[in-house]
Design a protein around this ligand. Sequence first.
Ligand SMILES: Cc1cc2nc3c(=O)[nH]c(=O)nc-3n(C[C@H](O)[C@H](O)[C@H](O)COP(=O)(O)OP(=O)(O)OC[C@H]3O[C@@H](n4cnc5c(N)ncnc54)[C@H](O)[C@@H]3O)c2cc1C
Length: 471
Amino acid sequence: MNSEPSPYKKPSVAIAGAGITGLTAAFRLRQAGVNVTLYEAGSRAGGVIQSVREHGFLAEFGPNSILETSGKISSLIRDAGLEPRRMYSDPAAENRYLVRGARPVSLPASPLKFFGTALFSLGAKLRLLREPFIRRAPADIEESVAQFVLRRLGQEWLDYAINPMIAGIYAGDPARLSVTYGFPKLQALEQRYGSLILGQIRGAKERKARGEVSKQEAKKVSFDEGLQVLTDTLAASLGSALKLNSPVARLEQNTAGWRVTVRANSGETASDHAAVLLAAPAYKLAELDLRSPAGLSLVPLRDIHYPPVASVVLGFRREDVPHPLDGFGMLVPAVERFSILGTLFSSSLFPNRAPAGHVLLTTYVGGVRAPELALRPESELVALTVKDLRTILGVRGEPTYQHCVLYGKAIPQYEVGYGRFKALMDEAEAKAPGLFLAGHFRNGISLGDSILAGHDVAERIRGWLGRSQSG
Ligand SMILES: Cc1cc2nc3c(=O)[nH]c(=O)nc-3n(C[C@H](O)[C@H](O)[C@H](O)COP(=O)(O)OP(=O)(O)OC[C@H]3O[C@@H](n4cnc5c(N)ncnc54)[C@H](O)[C@@H]3O)c2cc1C
């Protein structure tokens, strides 16, 4: 994309944003001998990843696990020296629950069990048999996830499978998310195989031949003291190349490369770099004072929708939770009319998350479904969560531990029309040599996606520096 060579001779790269994307890119670039400065606006690295141990509980307020879908994720963990601290989730936690009729119902683990499940009506099960015969949509039509699923699978699949799944991944709404940008693999299954079901079967065989792992099969990874172990370790490896409390405010492209201005409490400081990687959230990139001869503006990125999500982490005495908590967690479809989006059975997923005789549950509230609920004060968040947990899981007694964290702008929604943002990012890179963008707003929203984005953009930057030095 960035094809024009830079006359700047010393390969120095500035990165804005020390979330997992910026940290991965900085780590990989330094390994390759590139001079990096990583600027972070906040007082800590890690972005939305926050693991806190208190009162014997280990709470994850942001993401809970990484799906190890790629060798690039495993090699980052290995190269950071973290293999001895890596933990895979308990295989017993593969079980997943969906709420139907106000009860948690186990998702069938095999196609055979699927026909016996009470989760879907006979009509919905039979509807699956029709799916391979439904014609594919024209490739150039952009549908919402809801339109796509209604067309191929019908209302019950939308309400009881896709709606809760989207709440669990995006805290989003299927009627607004784009299947093209939010779930490109789903659309590809239809376009390539003419059917989601046939595509799943054939795609699994092809993945096996390529040595890849699907998200459904991938192992879930964390560390002995939570995910923050990874970001803390990457941050520590950078030493003084990581600048905290250093928000990038202005970028000026000149003949030598890029002048990067940081506006901290102590005043403004500027430094010169051959290339710049923007890995801060899109709404922050929209605020940058970007000065480039091409007259670029990232202001339109402010229209990317980031709903608020509150994480409500609660500890209970084991005897106060009658449910076996034998699984990953439960998702709540909107049609069930509860306040919460879903709950992770955190102490079943990984060991040492709760003191002996206690369990830890992590519940998400808000998202596109009910943004106003995420903004409630902590006492109300805890009360509405406990109320739902009492009804669904039969929880008794009061929490023995509680901690809520609000992500005011949590996860970008790849809604219908997201292509205009992607096109703007492509255009910015093409018109401003040495400018790169990567992160959850461009390359997929999961942690795994962000690690791959950091890895891949580091490769692109190295390639560009190599070309510009020899040019
Ligand atoms: C509540 C929640 C739960 C999640 N659960 C999961 C999960 O279980 N599994 C999963 O795979 N994914 C999950 N995700 C998604 C995943 O965590 C994120 O997509 C990913 O961590 C994003 O990383 P990032 O580096 O792209 O961005 P961020 O983590 O947002 O980092 C961006 C950084 O840029 C900094 N910054 C902002 N402005 C500037 C500036 N001007 N200059 C310099 N720095 C700046 C910010 O302070 C921040 O540190 C979850 C997300 C949330 C919010």
